[in-house]
Write a protein that binds this ligand. Structure first.
Ligand code: GLA
Length: 375
């Protein structure tokens, strides 16, 4: 344990906490002057997840490699200021509607709701001030599985154009099994649409290690189909077979193997930026969505979810201008996201699984990032 704690040491506040504890520390101020905190959850093995109340963002996540050495596997910033100016959603909770809504509008119960056009003609990740820019209320809670933190936020009726007061709760649990579990809960007082996710950028080699891009990570996605997009990255509505395309990750394949192919969909995304239709096993509450292996460190991440889709994004918009923890420049494809979700633009795609939430209903989804190693 001592060696793990020592090798996991970092210049960041809150690092090196006692195993099986949660520590709260100041993280700066939001633009309106509100104090922002950082909670460092340390499990019994010394693995750490640090979460800030600003956007509910995962700031760092330190898990062992095959030699037991802890390494930070997510992108993030040293203080709240990075998160305030960040437009790449690093580590953040995303809502009220994760991913895109086409033409920044949707109809519900015969009424048209108009949203912000913050991504060309479309709405991305909740609009101009999504849940990633909100200061959440935090509460440490008991969990038999590890260290847990509950975050809550009230998204008011009309916020960013969405109807209904939406009470949102997210519980992060850093399990002693080295898994980060994220549970999302919401209720509304008017019919609305909801699609919540987390936008962590992963590099299992450790982004601080000079490890470069993620093209050598080996990925498997449990999906036979994906949702092709138009030039604005809005799904066309088709569910297309992955077979014979660069989207076939049914067998473990290096992320970079086909990322520069001249496939039309790859070109539209500038790489991968697509929703995969997860293969669900009948009667299973939570299923494996994806598995990623980083060969040099032996780190393995499995993504388990109750959601029908996952957005696989290869950091195509990162261009080196963002400087993260320790001043490291985040370059193109230096990390990937696996954002579990309902499909993009579902409010305008009646054939996609519904994202509607009505008064009296309980939105509840779970996603677990499970970490292990292999030789
Ligand atoms: C999601 C989107 C991408 C991009 C990133 C953030 O993954 O699908 O197109 O917007 O978020 O930069």
């Amino acid at each position: 344990m001592t060696t793990m704690a020592a090798s996991g040491a970092s210049s960041l506040a809150g690092a090196g906490a006692k195993p099986g504890s949660t520590k709260k520390s100041p993280f700066g101020k939001a633009p309106d002057g509100e104090e922002v905190d950082l909670y460092t959850l340390t499990n019994k093995n010394g693995a750490e997840a640090a979460i800030t109340t600003y956007g509910g963002s995962v700031v760092w996540l330190k898990v062992p490699d095959r030699d037991g050495k802890l390494g930070d596997v997510v992108l993030g910033f040293d203080s709240v200021d990075g998160y305030v100016s960040n437009t790449s959603y690093l580590g953040a909770l995303i809502g009220r509607y994760g991913n895109r809504i086409g033409h920044a509008e949707f109809k519900l119960d015969g009424k048209t709701y108009t949203l912000a056009k913050n991504n060309g003609e479309n709405t991305l990740h909740g609009g101009t001030k999504g849940f990633n820019k909100a200061v959440w209320t935090a509460k440490e809670i008991e969990s038999k599985d590890g260290q847990a933190l509950e975050l809550s936020y009230l998204s008011k009726d009309g916020e960013e154009g969405f109807p209904g007061n939406l009470h949102v709760r997210v519980i992060y649990t850093l399990e002693d099994s080295n898994a980060l579990k994220i549970e999302y809960f919401a209720t509304t007082d008017k019919d609305t649409v909801v699609n919540l996710t987390n936008h962590s950028y992963f590099n299992l080699a450790g982004p601080g290690s000079g490890s470069g891009d993620i093209l050598g990570h080996i990925l498997m996605i449990e999906a036979d189909k994906f949702t092709p997009v138009d030039s604005g990255l809005i799904p066309t509505g088709e569910l297309r077979d992955v077979a014979g395309t660069p989207f076939d990750f049914r067998k473990p394949t290096p992320i970079g193997a086909r990322i520069d192919s001249d496939d039309e969909q790859i070109k539209l995304g500038g790489g991968y930026d697509h929703n995969f239709v997860l293969r669900r096993k009948a009667g299973e509450a939570i299923s494996l969505a994806a598995r990623v292996v980083e060969p040099k460190t032996g780190r393995v991440m499995e993504v388990w979810t109750t959601q029908p889709g996952v957005q696989f994004y290869t950091g195509n918009f990162l261009d080196g201008s963002l400087h993260g923890k320790g001043g490291i420049s985040y370059t193109k494809r230096s990390a990937f996201c696996l954002e579990t979700q309902h499909f993009p633009d579902s409010p305008n795609k009646p054939k996609f699984p519904s994202t509607e939430l009505k008064p009296g209903e309980h939105y509840h989804t779970t996603t677990i990032y499970k970490f292990s190693t292999e030789k």
